[in-house]
Design a protein around this ligand. Structure first.
Ligand code: CAO
Length: 448
């Protein structure tokens, strides 16, 4: 009769409390040796934990969002020996194959016990737990080294590749088995961007960045980029080199808007609601998007059709300690300024506390990047593809404006609209930004 064995998180380097981002199987599934069971993500990489042998999943002990370490219990797997896996792949992790009871421990709890086992207290643990089931801890290293019929990648990696527009069939898995990892995808993108193209190819000819040992010039310190920075770096680079950007500037006279904003601010301060110019900008942008539908659109994959969106979800760039994130406010056209101010405070606060879900960062039609709280006169934001335009907002300042035959002090808000010139003409962009400035100058319009 087939035995039920516990499958544990294998050696994952020095990482502790690693995030389970996906459970790839469910109870009752039949799996082959090497099939991915769960996907783990550290701030350095995402990796699948493979099944150590073929069998039937009896019970899953982790869920997405759990944190696990080496030795944490993943699931119970019923099966025989592992015909497809060299014995070494399992026996190579002998310290983690424990005769063990089926404890209904939390992944971290079970993991802590097994962490001790793999750090040299194995015999102690084996003695204290009755031998009802075998525990098998698959080895990522061994799994990478053994034979694999065809290259494959986890759903998380496929999603990551899709986000970057990478065709996975073109990516060579770094391991002998051809398993494509996040690093492989990132290297592929870097290589593709750095590679000089043939004369017939109209793409950019980018020479490779020289490798320089800066220590030869003075003391240095190496600080790894955060996970968010790495992801946004790849996206920003892709968007910067693949979209023909133009940035159109304008200043909006927000003198009256500011009076109204301060009045609202006083009224709502007691309820703890802070109303910044951004809430007005969200409303004004939606009005402009309704007026100019090409700005509320995306090119389809063929690049031959424009998908015009009938919904108005606006992304807001939020500066967090770990890098830039863009949570999305939904159905902005259906919300008033006070409601938007509340949602903005909530979503930007949660973004800074890393409490934003992936879903809350999807579905944006247009992005606003406001540096108004910090300063500066203008900047050229990079379009958040597949969107076709982004609005940069700088700090408002009082300026002398010539009106009715004399100069008057007016509060002017600098706006920078970057747009995809494949989709939007310069004239349309100028019309859009002027419309936007007028909407901001006349708060009665926004109140409608
Ligand atoms: N002009 C003058 N003052 C402004 C202003 C502007 N354009 N925008 C905001 N302010 C004021 C606010 O009214 C507030 O003043 P008080 O503290 O006196 O009330 C202060 O500046 C701080 O505002 P804030 O930045 O906290 O709030 P916000 O709603 O303007 O912005 C958020 C929220 C999340 C967008 C912002 O905090 C942020 O993270 N911005 C950075 C975005 C970024 O990094 N973009 C660059 C990406 S590269 O394309």
């Amino acid at each position: 009769m087939a035995e039920t064995k516990q499958v544990l998180v294998p050696d994952i380097g020095n990482f502790e409390d690693v995030n389970v981002i996906e459970v790839l199987v469910k109870a009752g599934d039949t799996v082959n040796a090497e099939d991915g069971l769960i996907t783990l993500e550290t701030d350095k990489a995402a990796m699948d934990v493979p099944s150590p042998f073929a069998g039937v999943i009896k019970e899953i002990k982790v869920k997405a969002g759990d944190r696990v370490s080496q030795g944490s219990l993943i699931l119970l797997l019923e099966g025989g020996t592992a015909p497809d896996v060299p014995t070494a792949a399992i026996s190579g992790v002998a310290p983690q194959i424990l005769k063990n009871n089926d404890e209904a421990a939390s992944p971290v709890g079970a993991g802590q016990a097994r962490d001790q086992a793999v750090r040299g207290h194995g015999p102690l643990l084996q003695k204290t737990l009755p031998p009802l089931q075998d525990t098998v801890q698959p080895s990522l290293q061994n799994m990478e080294a053994s034979q694999q019929p065809k290259a494959h990648a986890s759903p998380a990696i496929r999603r990551f590749a899709r986000e970057l527009g990478v065709d996975l069939t073109q990516v060579k898995g770094g391991s002998a088995k051809g398993r494509v990892t996040k690093d492989d995808v990132q290297s592929f993108v870097k290589a593709a961007l750095a590679q000089p193209r043939g004369a017939a190819d109209s793409s950019l000819q980018i020479s490779a960045m020289p490798e320089i040992d800066f220590a030869q010039f003075g003391p240095v310190e190496t600080k790894p980029l955060s996970h968010i920075q790495k992801i946004s770096a790849a996206n920003l680079h892709r968007n910067w080199v693949s979209i023909p950007h133009i940035t159109q500037f304008e200043e909006a006279d927000i003198t009256e808007m500011e009076v109204f904003r301060k009045q609202l601010g006083t009224e709502y301060a007691a309820q703890g609601i802070k109303i910044t110019p951004l809430a007005f900008l969200l409303r004004a942008v939606v009005e402009a998007l309704q007026q100019f539908p090409a700005f509320n659109a995306s090119l389809d994959a063929s690049g031959e059709n424009l998908i015009l969106k009938k919904y108005f979800h606006i992304g807001v760039a939020v500066d967090t300690p770990d890098g830039l994130v863009v949570p999305v406010l939904r159905d902005v056209n259906q919300k008033g300024i006070v409601q938007l101010a509340k949602e903005l405070a909530d979503i930007s606060g949660r973004a800074r506390e890393k409490k934003i879900s992936a879903t809350e960062m999807q579905g944006g039609c247009f992005t606003i990047s406001s540096l108004g709280g910090i300063g500066g006169t203008a900047f050229t934001p990079i379009i958040n593809a597949p969107e076709v335009a982004i609005l940069g907002v700088s700090r408002a300042g009082v300026k002398p404006v010539h009106q009715y035959g004399e100069f008057a002090p007016r509060l002017m808000l600098p706006l920078s609209l970057s747009y995809d010139h494949r989709v939007i003409d310069g004239a349309a962009a100028a019309r859009f930004i002027i419309y936007l400035a007028k909407a901001l100058a006349d708060v009665r319009r926004l109140a409608l």
